[in-house]
Every structure is written in C-alpha cells, then in structure tokens.
Design a protein around this ligand. Structure first.
Ligand SMILES: NC(=O)c1ccc[n+]([C@@H]2O[C@H](COP(=O)([O-])OP(=O)(O)OC[C@H]3O[C@@H](n4cnc5c(N)ncnc54)[C@H](OP(=O)(O)O)[C@@H]3O)[C@@H](O)[C@H]2O)c1
Length: 828
C-alpha cells in the first residue's frame, strides 16, 4: 500500500476504541449515594448564558433530541440504557435560605474532609494535625505505576425517592486534573475521578428549572464525572457557547472557574495590583494570567522550565524578568526586586513547603494569599503568623467544595468571558483518546505539560492513522468540509508529523467535476497515483418516506450512490482495493431511511458491477451499526432506534478495522472477480433463527422469502418459523387479545402491550407509562409512530393512522381504537 484515497475523512467513524467503549467510569466509581451527597438544590433562575446555546436548530443531518417528557414524568429525554429511574438527590435537606444553604454545603464538604484523615501527601515524622510541630512535606513523589486507570463496565443504577434536579450527560470530553492523577495513584481521596467534562444531555430531572434539553451540548463541573453518563445537579451544568468545541469547553472548566473564583470573587484583584501566579504555564495558571490581565493587574509568574518560560513570554507577553523559577525559593527575591520591596497584592499558590512559605513572605500589606495547591493544608502544616499583622488574608480554594449556587454563577461568568473572547482557553490542548488514557495521566504526572490535557472517547483520525501505521505514505482524505474542522486540521498535522503526505481537500465527491478537479490538483501536487480507495461518505436524512422531500432523498442518495460511481469512474481501474462502506440497511430495508437504504443498495450494485462486469477489485462491506464510533454512536436518537429495532447486530471499531484489514488485502479473494466473489459481504445481519433461538418473534421484515433459509435453529433439528411456545404470554399480545373475555380486557391488553413497546423503545419503565397521556409525551416521534403503526397492524390485525398515534390522544384512547378496529376474533 503506498497511496490511498480515503473518502471521505473516515475521521468521524473512529471516535471510540473498543477497550474503553461503553464504560461507566474509571475504577474509582461513584455510587449513587456519593451523588446523593451533593449539596441541596438552589432555588434560582437558570443560566442566562443560555443565549449562547450551541445546538440551535437541529442540524439537517444530525437531529438533536429536543424531547422533554411531561412534568410528572420522572425524567426527561432519552435514557441511554436500562429503565428510567429518577435522578436526583436522596435525602436532600429541606430548602434553607440560600446563603445558609451555601454555608451548609461548604461546611458539610469541609467537615467531611476534616474528619477524613488525609492520605496524601506523605507525612514526615510528626503526627499530623499538630500545629506545634510544623513539618511541611516535600512535593508528593508520584510513583511510576498508575494502578487505577481502568474502567468499570457496569452502569450504576440510581436509587429512587429523590427530587429530580439533576441532569445526565453523555460525556464526550473530560478535563484531566492533577487531582485525578493523585486519586488514580491512591494518594488522594475523592468522590471519584474527573471534575469537569463536556458532552450531550441525555436526561433531565423532573424538577430541573434549567432550559436544557436532551441533545443539548453542555459542560459540567462535578466531582466523579469521569464516566460515560455523569450526573450532576443542574447548577453544575451549562450549555456550551456555540463558539466552543466540546474539548475546548472541557478544557476551560476547572482551570477557568478556579482562576475566576480566586482572582475575581476572593482576591477582588484590581487594575494595577501585582499578582504572583505560580505554575503559570499549567492550565489554571494560564487562565489566572488571562483573568489577571483582563482585570489590568500586573502579573509575575513562576514556572519550572525554560520552555515554559518562553511560552509564557510569547503567549502572554509577560516580560522575561517577571518570570521566575518555581522549583527554588529564589523567586521570592525576584518578586521583591520587581515590586521594589512592596511585595505582591495577591498570590495564587500551588507550591508547598518552603515554596509556599517563600510566597507568603512576598505579600504586600492587605495582600490576599490564595492556596489552590492544598498540599500543606492537607498535611496540616504550620504557617508563620507574623505576616497577618500586615492585614493579609489566607484563603484556600477547592472548586469541589463549592455549592451549586456558586458553581452555577462561576460557570456562567467564566464561559461568557471565554465566549466573548475576553479570556482564552488554556493552550495547547492535548487531546488523548481513551486508549491513551494512561499516557494522558503520565503526561500530567510528568509535570512537563503546558496547557490542558483532555480525554475524549476516541480520536478522529483512527482510520487514516491505521492506514499510516500499515505503511500508507500518501493519503487523500476529501470531504465537503475539508480540513475546516479542528479535528480534520489535527488529523492533517498529526499525520504530517508522522511523515505521511496527507491532503484533506474540500470536495463533494458526489459531484464528478469536483472529484475530477481534486484528483488533478493532487496529481499536480506530486501525489503518486491512487492505489486504493475506501468510500465512507454518508449523509443521513431520516424521515418516513411519505414525508421525505426530494432534496432529502437526493442528498443521502448522492452521498452513497454518486460518490461510489464517481470514484469507480475516475480512479484507476487497477486499484489494490476499492471498498464501499455500506450498510445492511440496503439489504433488509428501513422504514425511516428509504433514501439511505436505496443508496446502500446502489453501492452494492456498483461493487458488483466493478467485479462482475469490469473484472476489477471491489467490495461493498454491508455492516450493521457501529456501536462505539460514528454518527449512530454519537446520536442518541439513532442509537435508540437501532437498539429498539434489533434487526442489525452492532459491531465496534475493532471489528470494523479487522474487516477493513481483510477488505483492503489485495490477495483477499472476496474482492476479486467471480467466481471468487460478487463484491458484497454482509456482516452482522440477524436471521430469524437468531430471534427464534432467544424465544423472540422475528421482526416483520424477516418474514420475507429471502430469509426463508435462515430460520433453522442449530441443534434443534427443525426449521422453525415461529417462536417456541415457551414464550411468555405477556410477549404474545395477539394471543392474549384473542383469549380476552370482554372488550374492556382487550383494551387493557392493547394498552399494556403499547406500554411495554414504548418502555423498550424509550428505555423507560412500563409502569411509568400513564394511560391519560399522549404517546408523544413519551418521546414518540413520527418515525417511532410509523414503527408503532406497523407493529399494531401485525399484532392486532388493524390499521391505525400515524396521525392518530401522534395526534395528542391519550394512550388509552389509542388502545381503545386498536381494540375496536381489530379484526382478531373474540375468545379462542
Ligand atoms: N455509523 C454506523 O453505525 C454505520 C453503520 C453501517 C454503515 N456505516 C457506513 O460507514 C460510513 C461512515 O459512517 P459514519 O458513522 O462515520 O458517518 P459520518 O460520521 O456521518 O461521516 C460521514 C462522512 O461523509 C462525509 N461526506 C458526506 N457526503 C460527502 C460527499 N458528498 N463528499 C465527500 N464527503 C462526504 C462527511 O463529511 P462532510 O459532511 O464534511 O462532507 C462525513 O465526514 C458510511 O459510509 C456509512 O454508510 C456506518
């Protein structure tokens, strides 16, 4: 493999890695009781920053979920897995006045810490908590092993009986803090890994006052949020401004809020005042420098290396003589020299021991010393008291100690400053995929980092990287948006750094002339001839066929069929591989995406034509749905549908890569001309036998003759077409319906069947479905309505219109209609 065209970016597909997909949290996992320990809910109006909401109108290709269940529903929105259970705060004390509550929250958190003996940092000889024996410990020595950086696989189940003021988010990017490293090393206690993250709202507690909805992009500051579906009080969650990516938003949170809280709320730093920022090249240090400069304060900084010193000078314009070395006490003399003996008005301290005391000695009268390192505080170390005669104050700040009211305020103010461009996120952003999580921890542990480390569930460049790792030296990665996105730009720069000649041109491959032009341009730029091609382009425009507009049809169709045909026509005929990433949807059909299924079927036809008529290599890879990467994995609504339909098996990115390894192998007979192959492979298709073996009724489409040969249950010795009789009667509504004694019972049977169907589709509990509510209030949209209509037709032998399902009639009324119209006879 020397030169390949990867169309399009393929970037989107590889968002997650197998080992870490579907995780619930790192080994230090918070239980719901931990969650319940959160502070009582504030009574306040919600985020004004909502004006900067990012999602806006749902993108035409990626519908954002906007559904909210009614007020008396336990939760709003979609549940990623399992039954709906309330999220909220157990045993929350009765509401008190706001300041009291805040104080109580602080006090409780503080108390908890005081009563829990600190495990970190290592103690010197004297027993802790004896102020008369000051023994400032050295900076914690971090062992080389990170024993706790693996994931838990099981979701936690929230317990009941709470108020529902919390929100659940599917996290897509987590900030990594030094606190996490210490927890992972077992050197610090805490309520779990993670303190800040960004993602997509999945569920909203019933009593939430915020206007956030499932599908909204949000950021969150909450202890223990390093898990797939973190939950937090609504005060700790905020819509992400449109200008920020999820990763950038995540990078701002703890550092930004800490800096703002310390310098604005606590220090009340003013124009012209001197502030000493320790560890200024780190994320919090950078945010603090930004805030200080915004306020017009004069910044002195410390850092630990020449590289960081240069960075501070170049990035923030801090004069070199104002930057000191943080690993020795010599900075103190420098500070006093620059301030002409006056000292600094504020210190943002991260140092411990001698470093802390040296900083303390630099205070100007009325100075504010704010300790965010907390090492000496945790060690109960002593502080020379004489300095207090200068009216200085000493404060300690840990963002995790703050209650929801303060946190909400900080979130709003800080993110607004970032959105308005008044302060910038920490730079550079080091984004680690989940497989690199240990690397991320080590990176932070090394102390050499500048900027912020963010973990996200996957990297965008896995297929091209996979290709590069397999020896590809030249890659063309076209897409309609080109390298405009940050992810695409990163892809190009990463691969270039790896020595790969990569081009990510803007090109609509479905337009023949554009593709032609782009290929000519690549040739002019000395790209060698293309030797292989993977086509992974796709645009989804799902809607039921009756409602599908021509542009919707066209856009999806072109992204599959035209791209395949143009690539076939314009690329050399003697490619080593020509892989069309298609879908089983083209084989079994899908009511909600006729355009996509047709496009996939046409891709199959193009591959078949290449192989059989042209004698060229080609393979249409018809896969099910990819559970951990790509658009389905990223979009809750699509995922929910796939899980409900159960017609396709899910695969993950590792399996996909394995398939591609096989498909791109020029010696693989599957992509050779007949009789070896007809150019199509189905992977992950369920068969009627799969369902029957699990004592389930196969979906209707599996009744088609094409599946006739697949009803054989291995080991049974028989060809079966119906589920074994052992099937629970509750799963056989038609049978129950036939056996019902009277009309009333039939209505009840229909209602219960509808509730069960709805419960599975929406991941909620059937018991929570109320007959008096319309189906739409449980999130049934027009696509789901079509599925329900088809299912009702099959189960109860009757026709009911989509508008009758969606029209706002209570579920009991729908059940009545079905029971009345059913052509199934009375008692068997
Ligand atoms: N995700 C799944 O579960 C799943 C299941 C079965 C099959 N597949 C197949 O796997 C492939 C990738 O899926 P995915 O989930 O990664 O999709 P995705 O995230 O939506 O990515 C599709 C990519 O196609 C590009 N694209 C769309 N139209 C294009 C055009 N006319 N010219 C050039 N580029 C175009 C898009 O970039 P621009 O918008 O910038 O152009 C985007 O990068 C698709 O072929 C899909 O059919 C996926």
């Amino acid at each position: 493999m020397t030169n390949m065209s990867v169309n399009p970016t393929l970037a989107r597909i590889y968002r997650f890695f197998i080992n870490f997909c579907d995780f619930e949290g790192f080994s230090t996992t918070i239980t719901d009781d931990d969650h319940a320990r959160q502070r009582p809910p504030p009574r306040r109006a919600h985020h004004r920053l909502r004006r900067t909401r990012t999602t806006g109108p749902a993108s035409p290709t990626r519908p954002a979920e906007k559904k909210r269940l009614p007020e008396d529903e336990l939760l709003h929105g979609t549940a990623p897995r399992g039954n709906v259970t309330p999220i909220g705060e157990e045993g929350a004390p009765p509401p008190a006045s706001r300041p009291r509550r805040e104080r109580a929250a602080y006090g409780a958190a503080h108390q908890r810490r005081r009563t829990t003996p600190p495990r970190e940092p290592p103690r010197t000889g004297a027993p802790p908590r004896k102020p008369d024996k000051p023994s400032l410990p050295p900076r914690p020595r971090v062992p080389t092993r990170l024993p706790h950086t693996h994931y838990k696989g099981k979701p936690t189940t929230p317990s009941s009986g709470r108020t529902f003021t919390r929100q659940e988010t599917e996290a897509k990017a987590w900030g990594l803090n030094f606190r996490d490293v210490l927890i992972a090393l077992g050197r610090k206690e805490g309520d779990g890994l993670g303190a800040d993250c960004a993602g997509i709202v999945t569920r909203v507690g019933r009593d939430c006052r915020s206007s956030l909805r499932p599908g909204d992009r949000v950021c969150m500051v909450a202890e223990g949020c390093m898990r797939q579906y973190p939950r937090a009080h609504e005060g700790r969650v905020l819509a992400i401004p449109e200008s920020l990516s999820l990763e950038t938003a995540a990078s701002v949170l703890v550092p930004g809020l800490t800096a703002y809280h310390c310098l604005v709320d606590i220090a009340r730093l003013r124009k012209g005042e001197w502030v000493l920022v320790h560890s200024a090249a780190g994320s919090t240090g950078q945010m603090a420098v930004r805030v200080a400069q915004m306020l017009g304060a004069r910044v002195l900084a410390t850092t630990s290396s020449d590289e960081k010193r240069r960075f501070l000078k170049d990035t923030f314009g801090i004069p070199e003589e104002h930057i000191f070395h943080s690993r020795t006490k010599s900075f103190a003399a420098g500070v006093m020299r620059i301030t002409e003996g006056g000292g600094v008005d504020c210190v943002l301290n991260t140092l411990s021991g001698d470093g802390l005391r040296a900083s303390w000695e630099c205070m100007a009268p009325f100075g504010r010393f704010i300790d965010i390192g907390l090492a000496d505080i945790n060690a109960n170390a002593a502080l020379p008291m004489a300095m207090f005669s200068k009216n200085v104050s000493f404060r300690a700040v840990n963002l995790m100690w703050l209650g929801e009211v303060v946190t909400a305020d900080l979130l709003e103010k800080t993110m607004r400053l970032v959105d308005d461009g008044l302060i910038q996120p920490p730079q550079p952003l080091h984004v680690f995929g989940l497989p690199e999580v240990e690397k991320a921890f080590r990176f932070l542990q090394s102390g050499k980092n500048i900027g912020r480390a963010v973990i996200r569930p996957g990297a965008d460049d896995v297929i091209p990287r996979w290709m590069a790792n397999r020896g590809a030296k030249h890659l063309i990665v076209p897409s309609r948006s080109g390298a405009a996105s940050k992810a695409a730009a990163e892809l190009v720069s990463n691969l270039t750094a790896q020595g790969v000649n990569v081009a990510a041109p803007r090109c609509d491959v479905s337009a023949r002339s554009e593709l032609d032009r782009m290929l000519a341009e690549c040739k002019r730029n000395n790209m060698p001839p293309v030797r292989g091609c993977i086509n992974a382009s796709m645009v989804l425009q799902d809607t039921i066929f009756e409602n599908m507009t021509l542009p919707q049809w066209d856009l999806t169709m072109r992204s599959k069929a035209q791209t395949a045909w143009n690539l076939h026509s314009l690329l050399p005929g003697n490619l080593d591989f020509f892989v069309l990433l298609s879908s089983l949807a083209g084989v079994i059909g899908q009511s909600s995406s006729a355009n996509y299924t047709a496009g996939c079927a046409l891709q199959d036809a193009v591959a078949s034509y290449r192989v059989t008529a042209c004698g060229q290599r080609a393979l249409s890879l018809d896969i099910g749905w990819i559970g951990n990467v790509g658009i389905i994995a990223e979009t809750a609504a699509y995922q929910r549908r796939r899980r409900t339909d159960q017609d396709l098996q899910t695969i993950d990115d590792t399996e996909l890569l394995a398939l591609l390894t096989m498909a791109c192998d020029p010696d693989n007979p599957l992509s050779r001309p007949p009789p070896a192959s007809t150019g199509q492979v189905l992977f992950g298709l369920r068969t009627p036998a799969d369902f029957l073996a699990r004592e389930q009724e196969p979906p209707a489409q599996f009744g088609r003759p094409i599946f006739g040969a697949f009803s054989y249950i291995p080991g049974s010795g028989t060809q079966s077409t119906s589920p074994p009789s052992a099937q629970a009667p509750v799963d056989q509504p038609a049978k129950l319906f036939r056996q019902a004694a009277d009309a009333e019972e039939r209505v009840q049977i229909v209602f219960r069947a509808l509730a069960r169907k709805l419960a599975v589709a929406m991941s909620i509990s059937a018991e929570d479905i109320e007959p008096s509510k319309p189906l739409s209030s449980y999130g049934v949209d027009s696509l789901m309505a079509v599925e329900l209509r088809n299912w009702i037709g099959r189960e109860f032998a009757t026709t009911i219109a989509v508008f009758e399902i969606m029209g706002g009639a209570p579920i009991s009324r729908v059940a009545n209609l079905v029971a009345q119209r059913s052509t199934i006879g009375g008692t068997e």
